[in-house]
Design a protein around this ligand. Structure first.
Ligand SMILES: NC(=O)c1ccc[n+]([C@@H]2O[C@H](COP(=O)([O-])OP(=O)(O)OC[C@H]3O[C@@H](n4cnc5c(N)ncnc54)[C@H](OP(=O)(O)O)[C@@H]3O)[C@@H](O)[C@H]2O)c1
Length: 325
């Protein structure tokens, strides 16, 4: 079977955690965000990412409302099952729940949001997932925040399908260690880049003020000491984007596309959506990519821990933690 990414030219998508309407701050409104999503789909953005946990189903609902006005062949929808729900006996109901909220009859890419706990029988769960694929409810399988070691293990449990993508944190300043990236590239597993704008930090607009909302409170990029450390990068992004007559966000996303990953930026309004759409008709030249590489090399954080939660943390505790997301 051909992978979603081999069959279709997808080099950028969008993320819709923000449409869950929780934790992003006071200036988010579902009507602005839905208008923006409509604009994105009508202007050529085809790949839309959501998850059952964003706003406890609210993101999928809002996305479903917008998609109900679009032709099914205009977009690919990717959603995620929480790692703590990835139990053979629960998966079918979880898929059906997402389909109902999205108002769809199939999901293009179904991703396991993070490595499930050590108590999970992964063989049974992936076998069940494959069965649901064969029933036509899911077209392709992906994972998120999985280590290469775990992908190697779970790939053994799939017969006719394969793991086609790993959604991980990847941006100018934060990426996994090179061995993890190499494994994914060598095995034709597409990297889908979450937080491609560093949750807005990389656009340079948080030099003087901090974002509101609890989600960004725990992001180390927004700490006081970051500002001084990353000033040369902010200056570069500001000057270069002015010179090229594009927004800082467009520059940052175009750099990531050049690195071969699929960025899925979040957004809150049409203005931000316009900066994302601009990426479709813009390409960064290799010289600028090299200048950014040279500048950020000493600043990059390369992480090796891929999982989200300690493996022996019981699922019911994880489910309590994520309820507020
Ligand atoms: N798999 C996972 O574990 C995981 C984890 C996190 C996220 N995700 C997915 O990845 C998506 C994106 O990641 P993210 O939401 O963490 O961060 P992001 O895409 O790096 O940042 C999104 C934020 O950047 C700001 N922004 C967007 N466009 C802008 C523009 N043109 N100019 C200036 N600022 C702009 C907006 O915030 P303000 O305007 O409020 O500053 C927006 O909410 C999510 O929506 C979600 O689908 C997945």
């Amino acid at each position: 079977m051909k992978s979603l990414f081999d069959e279709n030219q997808i080099n950028i998508g969008v993320g819709t955690w923000q449409l869950g309407m929780r934790g992003w701050g006071k200036d988010y409104s579902s009507s602005d965000a839905k208008e923006a999503l409509k604009f994105l789909i009508n202007n050529g953005i085809k790949f839309i990412d959501t998850a059952e946990i964003y706003g406890n189903g609210e993101s999928e609902k809002n996305v479903g409302e917008v998609l109900s006005n679009s032709k099914r062949d205009k977009y690919y929808i990717a959603t995620k099952i929480a790692g703590s729900n990835f139990k053979a006996s629960k998966i079918k109901a979880k898929v059906e729940g997402s389909l109902k909220r999205l108002k769809l009859d199939y999901i293009d890419l179904y991703q396991v949001h993070w490595e499930p706990s050590a108590y999970t029988n992964l063989k049974e769960s992936f076998k069940e997932l494959e069965k649901i694929c064969k029933e036509g409810l899911i077209m392709h399988i992906g994972v998120s925040n999985f280590s290469s070691k775990k992908i190697r293990e779970v790939s053994n449990y799939l017969n006719e399908y394969k793991i086609e993508s790993n959604q991980i944190k990847y941006n100018i300043l934060e990426r996994p260690v090179q061995e993890e990236i190499n494994y994914l590239n060598e095995n034709n597993i597409k990297i889908i880049a979450w937080s491609p704008l560093g949750q807005g930090f990389l656009t340079g607009k948080y030099i003087e003020k901090k974002p509101t909302g609890f989600i960004r409170k725990v992001n180390r990029l927004f700490r006081k000491e970051s500002l001084k450390k990353y000033t040369p990068l902010f200056d570069f992004i500001k000057n270069k984007s002015q010179e090229l007559n594009i927004a800082p966000a467009t520059l940052v996303l175009s750099y990531e596309i050049k690195k071969g990953v699929i960025p899925i930026p979040g957004f809150k309004n049409i203005k931000q959506a316009e900066d994302i759409v601009k990426v479709l008709s813009f390409s960064l030249n290799d010289q600028i990519v090299k200048e950014i590489d040279d500048l950020v090399e000493p600043l990059i954080t390369r992480y090796s821990k891929m999982g989200f939660y300690p493996p022996y943390l019981p699922n019911f505790i994880v489910n309590l933690i994520i309820k507020g997301i």
